[in-house]
Design a protein around this ligand. Sequence first.
Ligand code: ZN
Length: 546
Amino acid sequence: MRIISALTALGLAVAAVAAPPPPVDEAIARRVRADVEFLASDRLEGRDTGSRGHAIAADYVAGQFRAIGLEPAGDKGSWYQQVPFRRASFDKPPRLTLTIGGKPVVLEQGKDASLRPSVTAKQIRRSAGLVFVGYGLKDTRFGFDDYRGLDVRGKIVVALDGTPTGLPSDIAAHLKSTKDEMAAAAGAVGFVGIGGRGGRAGEADPVQRASRPRIDWVDSAGRAGTTPPGLELIISFSREWAARLFEGAPKSLAAVRAAVKGKGRPRGFALTPTIAVEADAKWEDFTSPEVIGLLRGSDPVLAAEHVVLMGHLDHLGIKPNAKLGEDAIYNGALDNAAGVATMLEAARLFAAQPARPKRSILFIANTGEERGLLGASYYANHPTVTASSIVGLVDLDMPLLLYPFTDVTAFGADHSTIGATVAEAGSSMNVAMSPDPMPEEAIFVRSDHYMFVKRGIPAVLLMTGHANGGKAKWKDFLESTYHSVNDDLTQPIDWQAGGRYAVLNYRIARAMADAPQRPMWLTNDYFGDLYDVNGPRRPAGTPRRP
Ligand SMILES: [Zn+2]
């Protein structure tokens, strides 16, 4: 799991405590344990994207896929899709010259402002004007068009962070994360986000952070994962310089901010400064694999459709600058050796059944999740099966196998019929489905499955729930263990819970694969209407089976 705040452990109400579910076959729990123990061992060195440890883990998963009887479904008949990654950095700081009130001022990279190293433009020699675009939002459903009447072609847009209040949290988070795409679509060449609230405690200064090396995928056509086409100049400014961008404008930044309270949406206007950039980035290219196994469906028609079960195999690697003797390995036992292990066991449970599922199932172990959902993003944009054949997806990320869970949450359950499928599969084994306990965190748009949502595919992220002691375990894990070296095998892992989670994953995928109808977005769903305009729909609340 990526970027979750420890603050959110203080969740809301949870489902009533159910009777503990019956135990699963000890052999199932044992196999989950064996996989977690291998994947989270020190010898895999934290499975960082592009590292040897991750490559060994990927080979292990491919070997398990082979043993289970899956077919390789990566590139060229292999188990792998090698994702072409690029790390961009600056050896020599770029030169940023702001002309303000007719006078050129050279800004200090990393202090006054930061140009983000680009994975698509190695050498930049460009100057551009600036246009303030309010929140920088364009959205038909909510009637936002902050670009109306503004010509931003060839310009750098300057947008306030955030959104107007009153939006559902996942939609607000989605809009925030796609502002750069909206700017590129309007013809801008650069993007400046103006922060207001500052980072969370413990986070680096955004200006410092922006100048760090960054990783993205870049495909053979030159398209990048997280840089919209043409948007070369992503710049952060310090508070002081952000305010000075508004010198000579119809309104100061302070006046703009004062007018933006609650639902207020400032109108944009052209700014008077211009900025000239001279930058030479350094690029290092490397690959890291997605691992993909296929269980072919049995139905002559439905087998052409694919249900995806996936989890990320990568984690954070080794702590830089660790002291001698200090534990420096981010083992990622629960994040996400546990998700991959339960996915593997779900695949074994499929293979053990006399009848294959009607639809085909793709099992994917993602890379690059901790670096920005990059492996899933690459796969979603370059699927190894026909894109339109992927009809639904369940993402397994960081199941907390530290207590006998009696409920699960499916983030995204409110958007598609997969929510009802998860609820049914859970009730068949006495596991309840609880609503999102932390809607303010907008988890739906913050893990790998979101990259498939953006390709129009109904998807959920599954997690163990807050009932039966889960709430306290989550709070404690997020505060003391999450993304630290403590997420290792010394935790008191409940292997029975691991086995039960694997069985649940199997039942969910089985139901999605065997149902008469494919998973569907609910009628009028925001994400369905945005990304899958012509796809089938199902009214909310209708039973899944006819
Ligand atoms: Zn993580």
